[in-house]
Ligand binder design. Structure first.
Ligand code: PRP
Length: 197
């Protein structure tokens, strides 16, 4: 299926050039968070983390693939000492609903005794973060927190605590800024929600 976009590249756009509606995999999505707002949210999150972790080395653990843009933006605003690791988690296939089964590839350096912050693009059911956190706790990190750009509080099915949340949103399917629909739509610099035609 063709993906149709009228979105303008990041480098030469102004607010009048952001597409209000985009079509991805035959479904229509409506703009909900533009890049200016995204940048402001990321700055606020970075400020809080910089303040809370002053003088400490942070191990940032990026959960691929959805967090690619958020982690890149956030990390460029971190002022203190840090290291970066990546892991892979997947529970959404081609559907708009989680399979409930989280596949993990936790190949990363040992985090024993380290201050770890997991970077996620979105907390939905929270199954992914619950499973990742449980695995990491087995290594006895000095501390373990989570930063997520988006959160859908109504959809939680676990008791996981997310210390740093960029923005809470209602239960709609969202794409852009790293988030995908059947692997498409990650490349948009803004965030879009499914638009019921
Ligand atoms: C998405 C997202 C989170 C997870 C959130 O990943 O990036 O990791 O789902 O959902 P949950 O709270 O219900 O577990 P996905 O499985 O789509 O893989 P991706 O990151 O490669 O897109």
């Amino acid at each position: 299926m063709d993906n149709v976009s009228t979105s303008t590249p990041l480098s030469d756009r102004d607010s009048t050039q952001i597409a209000e509606l985009i079509s991805v995999n035959g479904r229509t999505f409506k703009l909900i968070i533009d890049q200016v707002r995204i940048d402001s949210i990321v700055s606020d999150l970075a400020d809080k983390i910089n303040s809370d972790y002053a003088g400490k080395q942070i191990i940032f653990l990026i959960v691929l693939k959805g967090s690619i843009f958020f982690s890149a933006d956030l990390l460029r605003k971190i002022t203190g000492d840090c290291r970066v690791e990546t892991i892979r988690a997947k529970s959404y296939g081609t559907e708009m609903k989680s399979s409930g089964n989280v596949e993990l590839d936790m190949t990363c350096s040992d985090v024993s005794g380290k201050h770890v912050i997991i970077i996620e693009d979105i907390v939905d059911s929270s199954r992914t973060l619950k499973k990742v956190s449980q695995k990491l706790k087995e290594q006895n990190p000095a501390s373990l927190e989570i930063v997520s750009f988006l959160s859908k509080p109504t959809e939680r099915v676990t008791d996981i605590e997310v210390k740093y949340v960029g923005m809470e949103i209602p239960n709609s399917f969202v794409i852009g800024y790293g988030l995908d629909f059947a692997e498409c739509g990650r490349q948009y610099p803004d965030i879009y929600a499914l638009h019921e035609e």
